[in-house]
Ligand binder design. Structure first.
Ligand code: SAH
Ligand code: SF4
Length: 369
């Protein structure tokens, strides 16, 4: 036990290859007496999704060994991959180091005509307990490190290279959304650092317009995100009156709608960008005519648009999703009030890869093989 704790503490300070910056790696090379250009070469492999030094062809053997023994090169191990009929792929990863070693997280790749999106997890479980969310039922186990977050994207990139999708589907990672397991803004260290690597030109080199953080509405943390890395913001709104939102998104009790409203008005938006308000449609709960009025009253239509999401059922859930007809009607009536509203098609539902269906079982007895 003592040994394990010691190892975990050591690993906390060990740099992880997926999240290392060029500057840090160059310094490391220098301290090893190795020319700095090697750092660039290593990062070129890393950014393609090759994390195992043994596979880095132009790197000398001695350096490969040194990298393997001094860094955590592969913080995730792919345990399972499921492919949906629509091209969506769901991945189950096991964490290989640190305090959460052995725990599982899930990621999803969603190909569309002109883009490929990876949906990443930021925590194992979630502390926030929204009653319609599968992840919320799992309880909270811990925060992912930046390396573990970036490694999800790198593993997907690697998988798309080695096992390509049919040519009509987009097979490059162009967008990243923090909409997997967990509340990203409850893990600021891991999420902020991973965002820097995603946006870094020596990292994944994605523009902030291609990255979206989804949050249930942690107000001070949204303000900090606006300062540190003003990427696209999605808010899990789900109700536009406090009484109902207190129930559906319990963090509302701490940061009620009026506080959230002020915060969204402050969020830094570039030209032609908008905040997305996510609204999962629950039959008879938040899809009443009254809710259209409430929602229209809340939305700042110059800066925000509404995304109506179909409820994704999971074993043991106690809600019913609204009908497609009701969702379309709801959207139409919002649009007639001058609000930009879309209905989001659910992807990968056949493999439980859709929003709110992610729950990686870490206990073997809970998992179907
Ligand atoms: N914790 C963050 C991000 C992860 S959840 C958040 O809450 O925003 C990603 C999105 O899926 C959120 O909008 C969430 O409200 C939604 N979601 C959760 N459970 C769902 C379900 N069963 N069906 C449809 N959407 C769901
Ligand atoms: Fe957590 Fe988001 Fe699920 Fe709520 S919806 S329990 S905040 S993951």
């Amino acid at each position: 036990m003592g040994g394990n704790l010691y190892n975990a503490a050591m690993q906390q300070n060990t740099p992880q290859l997926p999240a290392i910056t060029l500057e840090m790696l160059s310094e490391l090379m220098q301290s090893w007496g190795i020319p700095k250009y090697r750092a660039k070469q290593i990062l070129q492999w890393r950014n393609k999704g090759i994390l195992n030094p043994a596979l880095m062809l132009n790197i000398p053997g001695e350096l490969k060994e040194r990298l393997s023994s001094s860094l955590i090169c592969e913080p995730l191990q792919m345990v399972q991959r499921q492919c949906s009929a629509d091209g969506t792929r769901k991945y189950l990863f096991m964490l290989t180091s640190g305090r959460l070693k052995g725990k599982m997280v899930e990621s999803v790749y969603i190909p569309e005509e002109k883009r490929g999106t990876v949906c990443v997890s930021s925590q194992v479980g979630c502390v926030l307990d929204c009653p319609f969310c599968y992840t919320g039922t799992q309880g909270f186990e811990g925060n992912l490190t930046a390396g573990e977050i970036v490694a999800q994207i790198l593993a997907v990139k690697h998988d798309l290279l080695t096992e390509p999708l049919p040519p009509e589907l987009h097979a490059l990672v162009t967008h990243v959304v923090y909409m997997g397991m967990g509340e990203p803004l409850a893990n600021e260290p891991g999420v902020h650092e991973s965002l820097q690597i995603l946006m870094d030109s020596d990292g994944l080199n994605l523009s902030r317009r291609r990255i979206t953080v989804s949050t249930s509405g942690l107000v001070p943390q949204i303000d900090r995100l606006s300062e540190v890395a003003p990427v696209n913001l999605a808010i899990s709104l789900h109700a536009a009156e406090n009484q109902l939102r207190d129930e559906l998104v319990p963090i509302n009790r701490k940061h009620p709608l009026q506080e959230l409203r002020q915060c969204l008005n402050r969020y830094s938006l570039g030209k032609q960008r908008h905040i997305t308000l996510e609204y999962v449609m629950l039959d008879g709960v938040n899809d009443r005519n009254k809710d259209i009025e409430l929602l229209a009253g809340f939305v700042n239509s110059d800066r925000e648009r509404v995304n109506l999401i179909s409820f994704n059922p999971y074993p043991g859930n106690s809600y019913e999703g609204s009908s497609t007809q009701r969702m379309n009607e709801f959207a139409k009536r919002l649009i007639s009030k001058g609000i930009r509203a879309t209905v989001r098609r659910s992807r990968g539902q056949d493999i439980m890869a859709a929003c709110g269906q992610l729950k990686a079982e870490s206990k073997p007895d809970n998992r179907e093989s």
